[in-house]
Write a protein that binds this ligand. Structure first.
Ligand SMILES: [Zn+2]
Length: 219
C-alpha cells in the first residue's frame, strides 16, 4: 500500500550504509519516521529531502514496523533562506522542537500548514515569529485560552495561569504576569492571520522568555 503526501523534514539520522531515518511532519499523517535508502552525492534530490526544513512531495510504503519506507520523493522547497543566518537557524530549530512536542494534540494538516508558513516568513521578525508560533501551537492544541478579559470578572486580563486569562486580582503567585502592553501583544501574536501585524512588533527578551516557559509548562 502506497501513500502520497507532503512533508517537512524535522530531523535526519544516518542509519547503516547510505540510509537515513528522517522524522517528518506529514500533512496527512502527523509526525512519522521514514527510512530513506540509496543516498549518495549523485542523488541530490534525496540528499535535499533528508535535510531539515526541506518540504517534499513523497510516496511512502507502509511496513510492519512504525517506520515508513520512502518509495519516491521530489523536493518542493529546501527553505535555503533559513541557513542564511544563525538567528533564523536557531529560531527554526526551536520551532521544530516545539512542534514535535505538540503535534499529536492538534490536526496534522493544520500543524503542517502552520510550520510551513512560519518557516517561510522567519526573516520578517524571528523573535515575533517564534513567539507567535508557540502561542498558536498552544491555542490550537487547546492548552491556552487567551482572552483580553479576565476569565472570572471580565476586567482587563494581565495574567495567564493554567492556560486561562485572568486579571491582576484573580491569579495566584504562580501565574505568568505580563505588562498590559505585552498582554495585548500576546493576543495579536496568537490570533493574527496576517504577518503585517506581527512583522513590526518589538519582542523583549523578557516576553520571549516568559512565552518559552509558558509553552514548556502547558505543553
Ligand atoms: Zn478578574
Amino acid at each position: 500500500m502506497y501513500i502520497k503526501t507532503t512533508g517537512i523534514t524535522l530531523k535526519s539520522t544516518p542509519f547503516k550504509d547510505r540510509s537515513n531515518i528522517i522524522q517528518l511532519l506529514s500533512s496527512d499523517l502527523g509526525i512519522i519516521s521514514v527510512i530513506v535508502r540509496g543516498i549518495s552525492k549523485k542523488n541530490l534530490n534525496l540528499m535535499a529531502i533528508c535535510s531539515p526544513f526541506a518540504i517534499s512531495e513523497i510516496v511512502l510504503k507502509k511496513t510492519n514496523s512504525d517506520i515508513y519506507k520512502l518509495k519516491e520523493g521530489s523536493l518542493i522547497d529546501v527553505n535555503l533562506h533559513i541557513r542564511k543566518s544563525l538567528k533564523y537557524l536557531k529560531t527554526a530549530s526551536y520551532m521544530i522542537k516545539a512542534i514535535a512536542s505538540a503535534h499529536f494534540l492538534a490536526d496534522s494538516k493544520d500543524m503542517y500548514l502552520l510550520l510551513k508558513t512560519y518557516l517561510k516568513k522567519i526573516a520578517l521578525n524571528p523573535d515575533a515569529i517564534l513567539v507567535s508560533f508557540l502561542l498558536k501551537l498552544l491555542q490550537k492544541s487547546a492548552s491556552l485560552h487567551l482572552n483580553t478579559k479576565c476569565n472570572v470578572c471580565e476586567k482587563e486580563a494581565q495574567l495567564i495561569e493554567g492556560g486561562e486569562s485572568l486579571c491582576i486580582d484573580h491569579g495566584s503567585d504562580l501565574a505568568f504576569k505580563f505588562s498590559k502592553e505585552d498582554f495585548k501583544k500576546n493576543f495579536i501574536l496568537c490570533f493574527s492571520k496576517s504577518f503585517s501585524l506581527i512583522e513590526n512588533l518589538e519582542i523583549s527578551n523578557i516576553l520571549k522568555e516568559k512565552i518559552n516557559f509558558l509553552f514548556k509548562e502547558l505543553m
